[in-house]
Design a protein around this ligand. Sequence first.
Ligand code: F6P
Length: 357
Amino acid sequence: MRIGILNSGGDCPGLNAVIHGVVGAADQLGWEVIGFRDGFEGLLPPGDYTVLKPKDTIGILKLGGTILGTTNKGHFVAKVGTGDIAEVPAEVVAQAKATMDRLGISALVVVGGDGSLTTGLQLYREGWPIIGVPKTIDNDLSATAFTFGFDSAVSTVVDALDRLHTTGESHKRVMVLEVMGRHAGWIALWGGIAGGAHVVLIPEIPFTFEKIAAYINERDAQGYHSTLVVVAEGAHLPDGHIVTLDAKVAGEVRLGGVGERVAAKIQQLTGKDTRACTLGHLQRGGAPTALDRILGMRFGVMAVKLAAEGAFGQMVSYQAYHVDSVSIEQAVHQLRLVEPDSELVQAAKAVGICLGD
Ligand code: F6P
């Protein structure tokens, strides 16, 4: 038996751990693993792939990125804007299928986020033996309580906040940190709580600058002259706008710049010296945390188990300390967002964190 694996979409710490898990578990069954390079693109003729043996995965568990490469562009992009889904054209699918058939791939493990799994779902519906593995630092995939990469991203946010804390205190400044998490505030909220932020602004909770300014002024009056603000890149400004960069990637507009906008307004309303910092791709790079290594590895092992059972169209899922699976259909098209009245948000508020509402 021969199975394939590919990573698709943005990279994420823990991808190599999944490869490690897949290759190890497949080897135990006597299966061969073909790793396709640069996502689904590697399936296009003549095929860009490598045979992965356990010796090829030695030491990769601790490495960020992916040894197979990935892309969020190319011929297989399913997401062309918020809510818009494109079908992969029939001739592209046929070319890729020819590579699958030529290599005798009897299961294809697709490690990706919402967009890549949407492509996986299309292929599954067209008869491909697809097994999905959820991946995104944003942690916004429904049907899994956690995606690997999230914990690593949050750790980077916490480290950044620890650093901003000391410089902010020294200068009695307001420090604004812009973090990733396109449509979801998970990274901002988890990172903000763990990193001791005083204000956390997320896409799911509308905020006003007046509320934030009043909160900062109140802190000042109490003798706390420095304030840490975390803002998710996709947070909506009070007028409803999301701040974007010019360039488009894979049809999805690039987000960025809300941190500067928030900082300028806070400075204007409070008169306090305010600085903004954008963490950007530092959140995606570097070594995965122990949690992401273990989660990624377990996801990989479960993907092979699903392949062995012929459970195609299923996606590995993490629920209540247990790695299981759900149908890909159940997992895509609907993002898992922060519930504004959830226990997590209430806990943040209970310890005095301002959500700007
Ligand atoms: O979805 C993961 C993510 O890191 C988002 O948080 C972010 O908006 C986007 O990818 C950035 O994508 P790119 O690497 O194409 O700039």
